[in-house]
Design a binder for this molecule. Structure first.
Ligand code: FES
Length: 690
């Protein structure tokens, strides 16, 4: 006799699966597998937070044939909820639905139960949720003269009965409001319970009459140039608004070291900078709250990331020690503090979590980038570069991880470049140069067509051509190099002035005219090329140090994958980053942009406390490399001043892009290697090969 097996249930996106007897509630099956399904009402069918969808079809890989009718028929609770609040087609309440056959179940990520609209999808990657703050609805026994248990004690009894939470710590501000809240809610209340670590006592941080069905958190990336904030629902995980602002500390110093100097030179400098950053964050909070109609007191949790100096200044710690060896951090571990201690006007008991810093120069932002890209979860060797004023670099795989930072300066962000500007409408972001005529064409932000298209002039009339942003600078210099206008050593070749009116003298050097308009010319000057060379050499030398250390430990120094992160990194065409030698050789297909990875990592830590534990553990085993102290840095820096590099081969890159100074294997061609005895990029025509 064949024994019928229990149905097999697979939950996506986690991929967790298991067999459960028919009649098991879907939410119970999820919990048994460690799949987090939100629930505020404890299965009463009133909060709608536990929604699921059935993925129908034959999933051969999993040996599952999944169908919607493998769930129990529509229940009375679902009928009631759908009638009152509305339920999208295909959605079910997992607290009110049982398993009746094999199933593949999706946990939808767009679960906006309340009216808040998802405006800017910052990052749509799916990850499991398990926030540190939960809303738990309870129905409390009414007071009884013969059983004189206090109102709060009866709330505790209900929390224990329905949610298994015993005797939470109570924030004292709640006590005066307990009785009124309970009566306003007709003995039904929602408790906001905070518990970051499993081994710590839960804390009752808020009490609301009736069902409270929404709570929010913010994830903030405090960059030295820009502060970015995301507002997310702690219940659905959806990011409902994002905002950014220039870091107001810029007025105290453009780069990190000048801000440390400001603190050292001015007695009130540290408090001024702390105040400036906290106020800027508060303004962003108010901006997103107004935009989404969210009450700031409903923001209950926050996660912050930033480089060590930003981290210290935000916390009100003097960063002077970080300005000199041995770059001692006041605190490197993760921190959990009341948000009110950081002068943030949110929920009065809101919590703030700061990811751990990796080292004196490698901050919580690198920790967040690591968390988001997960090199430690992979067998492939991955290089993650967060390109900013200070580049954060993480290299490694499941076995080993190294991290460093490199002071690249603001050139990649358009500063220090004669026609440079931030990425904004009108900025040149893409450039191509014809190697025969040396004529350029380009694209500007805000206009879809290229500059040589008939419709461009009309389309660009409104925004204008205003300057060049970071990705445009990389492309134009890379294209100048590929067209032979710039030599391997970064010199604009003045002899080409005879061939093209685009090459013009500029003092004792030459410039390339990219665009001329009445009253203004956008050119690439020799000093611009030099600024990019210095920035990219600093970045590459840092990467190379990590590769050396990785290789020295017996690991292969082949990079399998490169992730370019950060506001600037996200817009660089990976091929051009390689042509100029910002990053080492890699299969171009496996080199890509990953957006604001630090912000994404902060969001992960906001919405799932197990990611906090993960990064805390990973940071302990990351090997830190202090680039400033490594003797080889200078040597790597000098080699990296050349395009793409004086020494290192680019075998993968030359498969998709011929380089003027490389053979078919991507190795540097030296003068003596050239059979004709000519400089490699000056063939008979005076033009390099393409
Ligand atoms: Fe609240 Fe299902 S848990 S509706």
């Amino acid at each position: 006799m064949m024994i019928q097996q229990d149905p097999l249930v697979l939950f996506m996106p986690s991929g967790r699966r298991g067999r459960f007897p028919r009649g098991t509630l879907v939410i119970e099956a999820a919990r048994a597998l460690g799949v987090y399904v939100e629930s505020v009402c404890g299965g009463r069918g009133i909060c709608g937070r536990c929604q699921i969808e059935v993925a129908e079809g034959i999933f051969a890989k999993h040996k599952i044939t999944s169908a919607a009718d493998h769930l129990s028929p529509w229940s009375a609770k679902e009928e009631r909820y759908a009638a009152k609040r509305g339920l999208k087609p295909g959605r079910r309440l997992s607290c009110s639905t049982t398993i009746e056959g094999d199933l593949v179940i999706d946990l939808p990520s767009d679960m906006a139960v309340n009216a808040a609209v998802v405006r800017k999808a910052v990052d749509t990657r799916d990850f499991p949720r398990d926030p540190a703050i939960r809303l738990l609805y309870v129905e409390v026994v009414e007071p009884d003269m013969h059983a004189p248990l206090g109102d709060l004690d009866r709330i505790f009894a209900a929390l224990e009965r329905d949610w298994g939470i015993s005797a939470p710590i109570v924030d004292p501000e709640i006590l005066p409001h307990v009785q009124k809240t309970l009566r306003d809610g007709a003995w039904k209340v929602t408790c906001a319970i905070a518990q970051d670590r499993d081994d710590e006592r839960s804390r009752l941080m808020g009490l609301y009459p009736g069902l409270k069905n929404e709570a929010y958190g913010i994830a903030v990336d405090i960059g030295s140039t820009t502060i970015a904030l995301h507002l997310s629902s702690l219940l659905s995980g959806a990011t409902i608004a994002s905002a950014g602002t220039p870091n107001p500390q810029i007025r105290f110093g453009e780069d990190l070291m000048s801000r440390v100097s400001y603190v050292m030179m001015n007695p009130g400098g540290r408090p001024e900078m702390t105040k400036a950053v906290r106020e800027a964050i508060q303004r962003l909070v108010e901006e997103v709250a107004t935009e989404t109609n969210v009450d700031t007191t409903d923001i209950m949790d926050c996660v912050f990331v930033g480089n060590p100096i930003m981290h210290h200044l935000f916390l009100g710690i003097d960063p002077t020690e970080l300005g000199q060896a041995p770059f001692a951090l006041a605190v490197s571990g993760a921190l959990a503090v009341p948000a009110s201690d950081l002068d943030l006007g949110l929920h009065p008991a809101a919590r703030a979590y700061l990811l751990p810093c990796i080292a004196g120069h490698v901050g919580a932002d690198a920790g967040a980038v690591t968390l988001s890209e997960g090199p430690h979860r992979q067998d492939e060797t991955m290089l993650v570069v967060d390109v900013g004023t200070n580049a954060e670099i993480v290299l490694g795989n499941r076995q080993r991880l190294l991290a460093a930072s490199s002071p690249t300066g603001p050139a990649f962000e358009g500063a220090e470049i004669s026609s440079g500007q931030r990425a904004a409408p009108g900025a040149i972001e893409r450039v191509r140069i014809d190697p025969e005529t040396l004529e350029p064409r380009f694209k500007i932000i805000g206009v879809d067509s290229w500059s040589d298209a008939a419709e461009f002039a009309e389309a660009a009339r409104y925004v204008g051509v205003t300057g060049i942003c970071g990705s445009g600078i990389i492309e134009v210099i890379a294209e100048m190099f590929l067209a032979g206008i710039v030599t391997e050593d970064g010199i604009i070749d003045g002899s080409l002035a005879a061939r093209s009116s685009r090459i013009v003298p500029e003092g004792r050097t030459f410039a390339y005219v990219l665009h001329e308009m009445p009253g203004r010319t956008i050119s690439i000057l020799q000093t611009d090329v030099r600024a990019i060379q210095l920035a990219k050499a600093a970045l590459y030398a840092g990467i190379k140090l990590l590769i050396d250390k990785f290789g020295a430990a017996g690991e292969s120094s082949t990079i399998d994958r490169i992730a370019l992160a950060g506001a600037f990194g996200s817009f660089i065409e990976p091929k051009y980053a390689m042509v100029l030698g910002l990053v080492p050789d890699c299969n171009v297909e496996k080199c890509g942009s990953v957006g604001n990875a630090a912000g994404a990592g902060a969001r992960m830590a906001l919405l799932n406390r197990s990611y906090r534990r993960e990064i805390e553990a990973v940071v302990k085993r990351i090997q830190k490399v202090e680039t400033a102290l490594e003797p080889a840095f200078q040597d790597h820096f000098v080699a990296a001043m050349a395009f793409p590099n004086k020494r290192d081969a680019y075998p993968e890159l030359v498969k998709v892009q011929r380089l003027p100074n490389r053979d078919s294997e991507g190795r540097p061609i030296r003068r003596s290697d050239d059979a004709e005895g000519n400089a490699p990029r000056r063939r008979r025509s005076g033009r390099p090969p393409r």
